[in-house]
Design a protein around this ligand. Structure first.
Ligand code: NAD
Ligand code: DAU
Length: 332
C-alpha cells in the first residue's frame, strides 16, 4: 500500500508516519508538507529511505496534488492550520489551507478514484456545558465557535458532499485533544511543560475550568489505522479516550510531576469565545472497528510527555522566545 500523508511533518502526522511504517512493513509513505511554522522536517528523521519520501509543497497547489495523488493508493489528510489562538489573530491561512486545500485534495481523489481519510476535530460540534451529561457523537449537529473550528467544519462538509455527489471513497474522523511527543509548544500541555523547564510560570487562561477530552497521539493514530483498514466508506468515526479533565487539573498534575508547588502558575487573559467543554462518545469506533485506547492513565502519559520535552530541548528551545512573545502581545 502506498500512502500519501498530508501535513506529515506536524505533530500528529509525523507520529502517524512513524507508526504506519513500523506496523505495516509493506507500506510506503510520501509526505507532502508546506513546512509552515508548525512543520519540522526533523520530526521525520531516521525513517527508512527506501520506504519514505518527503515533498515540500502546499496542498493548495492543484498541479502538485494531482500528481502526488495519482501516484498513491490512499491519502491520509492531516494538513491544516491547527491552532485556535492563531485563527483569532489571522483567520485567512485557516480558510485557505483548511477549506481550499481540502477542496484540492478532494478534486484529485475524485479524478484518480483514490481512497481518502480526512482527519478532523471534535471542535466542529461546538462546546458542551460543564454539567451536560451528553457527549459528542456522529449524530451531533455542527456548531463551530472559532475560525479554526469553522474551517474544519467546512472541510468536513466538503468531504461529505464529495462522497454523496461524486461517490468519492472517503471516511472522516473527529478526534479530541491530543498530547504526546512532537506537539508544537504553542499548545497547552507542551507550553506549560516548556515554561517550567525554562523557569517561567505556566499560563492558565481565565478560570481554568474549561474541560478537554485528552487522548495520547498514539491512540489517535491507532484508531486512524483501523479506519483505513476496515472503516466503511462514507462513515464518520469519533475518536476519544474518556480523558475529560479541567485545564487547572491538568496543569496541577504537570506541576506535581515536575516537582513544583501546585499554585505555581499565572492566570492570564482568557481566549475570546473560549469553548467550555468537549467530550467524545467513542462507542461507534470501539464497537464497529474494535479500537480501544492504550493510554488510559493520563498521568503516566503526561510523565512520558514531560520526559520527552526534557530530553529534546534542542527541538523546542529555538522556538520558545518567539512563541511567548506572540502570547505576551495578547496578555496571555
Ligand atoms: P500541526 O499544526 O502540528 O501540523 C500541521 C502540519 O500541516 C504542519 O506540518 C504544517 O507544516 C502542515 N501544513 C499546514 N498548512 C499546509 C499546507 N497548506 N500544505 C501542506 N502542509 C501544510 O497540527 P496537528 O496538531 O498535528 O493536527 C493535524 C490534524 O489533526 C489537523 O487536521 C487538525 O485539525 C487535526 N486534529 C488535531 C488535534 C490536536 O489535538 N492536535 C485533535 C483533533 C484533530
Ligand atoms: O479538540 C481538538 C482540538 O484540540 C484540535 O482540533 C486543535 O487542533 C488543538 O489545538 C486543540 O485545540 P484546543 O484549543 O483545545 O487546544 P489548546 O492546546 O490550544 O488549549 C487547550 C486548553 O488549554 C484550552 O481550553 C485553552 C487552554 N490554554 C491554552 C494555552 C495555550 C490555557 O489555559 N493556557 C495556554 O497557555
Amino acid at each position: 500500500m502506498s500512502v500519501l500523508v498530508t501535513g506529515g511533518a506536524g505533530f500528529i502526522g509525523s507520529n502517524f508516519v512513524r507508526s504506519l511504517l513500523a506496523e505495516q512493513p509493506d507500506s510506503t509513505v510520501t509526505v507532502i508538507d508546506k513546512l509552515t511554522y508548525a512543520g519540522n522536517k526533523q520530526n521525520l528523521d531516521g525513517l527508512p529511505e527506501d520506504r519514505f519520501t518527503f515533498v515540500q509543497g502546499d496542498i493548495c497547489d492543484a498541479k502538485l496534488i494531482d500528481k502526488l495523488v495519482s501516484d498513491t493508493d490512499i491519502v491520509v489528510h492531516f494538513a491544516a492550520e491547527s491552532h485556535n489562538d492563531n485563527s483569532l489573530r489571522e483567520p485567512w491561512p485557516f480558510v485557505e489551507t483548511n477549506i481550499v486545500g481540502t477542496y484540492r485534495i478532494l478534486e484529485a481523489v475524485r479524478k484518480h478514484d483514490k481512497r481518502l481519510h480526512h482527519i478532523s476535530t471534535d471542535e466542529v460540534f461546538g462546546d458542551l456545558e460543564l454539567d451536560d451529561p451528553t457527549k459528542f457523537s456522529d449524530k451531533t449537529a455542527y456548531n463551530p465557535s472559532s475560525p479554526y473550528s469553522a474551517t474544519k467544519a467546512g472541510s468536513d462538509h466538503l468531504v461529505r458532499a464529495w462522497v454523496r455527489s461524486f461517490g468519492v471513497k472517503a471516511t472522516i474522523s473527529n478526534c479530541s485533544n491530543n498530547y504526546g511527543p512532537y506537539q508544537h509548544i504553542e499548545k497547552f500541555i507542551p507550553r506549560q511543560i516548556t515554561n517550567i523547564l525554562s523557569d517561567q510560570k505556566p499560563k492558565l487562561y481565565g478560570s481554568g475550568q474549561n474541560v478537554r477530552d485528552w487522548i495520547h497521539v498514539d491512540d489517535h493514530n491507532d484508531a486512524v489505522l483501523k479506519i483505513i483498514e476496515s472503516g466503511k466508506i462514507g462513515e464518520t468515526y469519533l475518536i476519544g479516550a474518556n480523558g475529560e479533565k479541567g485545564n487547572k487539573e491538568v496543569l496541577e498534575t504537570i506541576l506535581e510531576l515536575m516537582d513544583k508547588p501546585k499554585d505555581w502558575f499565572e492566570v492570564v487573559n482568557d481566549r475570546p469565545g473560549h469553548d467550555m467543554r468537549y467530550a467524545i462518545d467513542a462507542t461507534k469506533i470501539e464497537r464497529e472497528l474494535g479500537w480501544r485506547p492504550k493510554y488510559t492513565d493520563i498521568k503516566s502519559g503526561l510523565k512520558q510527555t514531560i520526559d520527552w520535552y526534557t530530553n529534546h530541548k534542542d527541538w523546542w528551545q529555538p522556538l520558545k522566545d518567539a512563541v511567548e512573545a506572540k502570547y505576551l502581545e495578547k496578555g496571555q
